[in-house]
Design a protein around this ligand. Structure first.
Ligand code: NAD
Length: 331
């Protein structure tokens, strides 16, 4: 076996049982599997689940232990999270560190990170385990800048495993029949183009290192429903595009074991929504009454789903939209 093949087999998270799923690199890019797939692939955590139970049955000296949280571990992995100076992005960056990531690079606009970011970074340091939260001043609308920053991270870390594209903007109500072109472009530039550039930046590094990866595009329930009484045509359009972007990228990248999904939150209190909720207090009751649980969500209520999507625990999930909205869609 070629050394490069052995390396790929030992690091490729989901190889097929009887054949090489990823084959040796040709011009830096893994060739697609040309063998027939076997019915059963092998978990990198094998033996696991019922297989582990059967394995234990024939090995009486083996002490069974719970393995479910092993699948969520991001030990030594490297991530990029955009919009992570605050809000949902920062919350997601933190949980990746808690799950064991080696370094999570937080991309955002300000030259210097916020006080909230610094305190979170210090918290990660005090947690021990060697995880690092790194700050990168970057504009997701700058395609080349995003690609370059990600390549530098790849050069430094020698891998790229997770991407969360969370940078986004929401503009004030504007009548859809009068919507100014410049403002429409501005929203799509960040929420759609910027999400693509972020996913490309990380995805290029995932391809370069050949270990697969997980890309999570932060869309919104506004990509598949319209927020009642809110004139947000640009935002809704931009998020809808992100849903299709993820499906499309997932189809292109699945054979490289690069998974692409969207996470669509419902109403969550952050600075983005505070711009409405703090100025129009009646909205809290209204938004709360629009979902089955009668309240809006907290940023920390996305921790579990991000840990799941980023990790091997979701290894067969790609091209999917995961809605976390308190049941807003269920009425
Ligand atoms: N809060 C909610 O209820 C909610 C619901 C559904 C989806 N979302 C989505 O979640 C994501 C995070 O939202 P949030 O609520 O944390 O908002 P937020 O405003 O608190 O955070 C967004 C972050 O994105 C950054 N950003 C904006 N433009 C950027 C650019 N050009 N380059 C780099 N960074 C940029 C901002 O500086 C900010 O730090 C957004 O995509 C948003 O649309 C939020």
């Amino acid at each position: 076996m070629l050394p490069s093949t052995r390396l790929l087999l030992s690091r490729a998270p989901h190889r097929l049982a009887s054949c090489t799923y990823l084959r040796p690199f040709s011009s830096g890019r893994p060739l697609l599997n040309q063998n027939k797939p076997s019915a059963q692939s092998v978990s990198p955590h094998a033996p696991i689940g019922v297989s582990a139970a059967l394995h234990a049955a024939s090995n009486p000296t083996l002490t069974p232990r719970p393995k479910v949280f092993d699948e969520f571990k991001l030990t030594d992995r490297v991530a990029i999270v955009s919009g992570a100076n605050r809000g949902l992005g920062l919350e997601m960056a933190l949980v990746l560190c808690e799950a064991g990531a080696r370094a999570v690079y937080c991309f955002d606009l300000p030259k210097e990170p916020s006080d909230e970011w610094r305190k979170t970074s210090e918290y990660v340091r005090r947690m021990g385990g060697g995880a690092r939260l790194e700050y990168v001043a970057a504009d997701v609308r700058d395609q080349k800048g995003m690609w370059d920053r990600a390549r530098e991270i790849g050069d430094k870390e020698g891998r790229m495993d997770v991407c969360v594209a969370a940078a986004g903007i929401l503009k004030a109500h504007t009548d859809c029949l009068e919507y100014p072109a410049e403002q429409f472009k501005e929203v799509l530039d960040v929420n759609t183009n910027g999400v693509l550039y972020t996913a490309q930046a990380a995805g290029q590094q995932m391809r370069r290192f050949g270990n697969g990866g997980s890309i999570v595009l932060i869309a919104s329930m506004s990509g598949s429903i319209t927020n009642k009484d809110h004139a947000w045509v640009s935002y809704n359009t931009s998020k809808s595009a992100v849903l299709q972007m993820a499906r499309s990228m997932a189809c292109e990248l699945g054979r490289e074991n690069i998974r692409v999904n969207t996470l669509s939150p419902g109403h969550i209190y952050t600075q983005m929504t505070a711009a409405y909720l703090d100025k129009q207090p009646h909205l809290l009751e209204k938004w709360s009454s629009l979902n089955t649980m009668g309240r809006i969500g907290r940023p920390d209520e996305l921790r579990g789903v991000i840990a799941w999507l980023a990790s091997d625990a979701s290894s067969f999930c790609t091209g999917s939209d995961i809605l976390v909205s308190g049941g807003h869609h269920s009425w």
